[in-house]
Design a protein around this ligand. Sequence first.
Ligand code: ASP
Length: 408
Amino acid sequence: MGLGILWGLVSVWTGWETFTTDWVKPWGNIFLKLLKLIAVPLIFVSLVKGISSLTDITKLSRIGYKTIAIYLITTVFATSIGLLLVNIMKPGDVFPAEKQEQYREKFSGQIELRQESAREIEKQSPLFFFEDMIPDNIFLAAGDNSKMLQIIFFAVLFSIALVLVPGTKTEVVKDFFDGMNDVILKIVDMIMRFAPIGVFALMAALVVDYSGDADIFTALGMYMITVTLGLFIMILLVYPLMIRLFARIRIPDFLRGILPAQLVAFTTSSSAATLPVTLKQVINELKVSKTIANFVLPVGVTINMDGTSCYQAIAAVFIAQVFGIELTISQQLIIVLTATLASIGSPGIPSGSIVMLIIVLNSVGLPVEGLALILGVDRPLDMLRTVVNITGDSTVSSIVARSEGELG
Ligand code: ASP
């Protein structure tokens, strides 16, 4: 990672940007594509393996409820921290007025596209979330990385049926998934051998892509500091405390164990792409049983995004502050609710939450054009919030495992 940043800086200074974009960046994209390629099969196979090894349906539903409840609590907590910080630090008050118009022009095209998708979602009934969770064709669902919740739904349905059908008939199916699981994990291993080169290339390309934008960083400095502070509070305070208190794992062991997954999350900006590494670290280093990890982590990839919800709360209030709009307490509570739901609905892909942020803004009547102010610096913040997202999943899986006596 360090070498990649260095390469990026050197190529900006020496005018080698085009070389880096043409010859280095593609290796980063290849790494990212390999990780995305394995995400859908991995989610499916690990869920089937995790759930079908729980022969007791009451245990399965207990773990299910527990997982969802803790996921929700941590997300609401993260949103509230974001809201508290943005109200205390008021980053919108120091945003230079002359930049508003400039950014609005620059990003108007991108906003238009995303607004389209947000409108589609808003047109639907309140039950759309549940309706959308059910695929009408499993192959179509598997063909779209933003439809992972549909894959999860089918995997859960399939696995429950697998548990309910008498043992002798399903032996061969279970053996098949057992073997598949090993094969997929082997592929993950092979992809991860390529990780150092991929990470190097992604970081180098990022530095080159952002080299002309120093100006944006200064104007948005206070906003970035607020988001970063919120995310670091989660990573360094909230999760370690939860790990110590509820999972009873030593904090240094937790941080050391999860670090490789955090680095991949940081460079790829995608919790779905990071899932292979998260699973590996949580099982091998945090000693969470395979059954619990295979169930809790793939579900968390799509529904538990604490970093995303914390950031959405800050972004929404920041935009209100820049436009001089006072938000009432009840509007702020609506932000907690919608940011929590929006983070559940965001896919674990780079900038996956931007469309959902439009819905948060609309819910309290904030101008969607405000998005233009923050899009320019979204990538680095996306990298950090993805780290929070996967750290949250790992924390909850350890806690659930401890409560079930499945932590080694
Ligand atoms: N990139 C984030 C993730 O994959 C989602 C987002 O906040 O945009 O977890």
